[in-house]
Ligand binder design. Sequence first.
Ligand SMILES: [Zn+2]
Length: 162
Amino acid sequence: MFILGHLGFGTRLAQGQIKHLPRKAFWLGCLLPDLIDKASYYTLSWSTGLQGAALPLIHGTRSLGHTLIFLALCWGLSRYKHPFFFKALTWGVVTHFVLDLITDQCTGLPHITGISHIPLLWPLSGAFPTSPHPSLSHHLLSIGHPFFIVTEILGAIALLKG
Ligand SMILES: [Zn+2]
């Protein structure tokens, strides 16, 4: 899924949990794992000229932001400061993980998205998954797949109704 899919389906998935939480913080959480990891990977790739497994530690667009450690950090922050903001953010991250897992496991699309799994259990699960995309533009072309088009449209409808 992409932006509207994560926002729309994520809102539907967590609607019972987020009624009294700030919606913008929740939506930020819905997108945050990808915002962090895609920015990290492509920044590293551009700055070093390296790609995929040639990069140290971060080999693709699912890394630290897609781990249970990151989720625990978000949840932990809700215990100390701005509890409503960080609870909403945490629920958004939870829905992001669920929707990534559904996308990967139920649609058979990892060969198109280029990612074999989300590294929830990192570092226990080993190295982060490697991106096969040679560039950001190549990666963005995968958005043209019918699955992404349909989930973006349905996500937008879910947002409008929600
Ligand atoms: Zn993701």
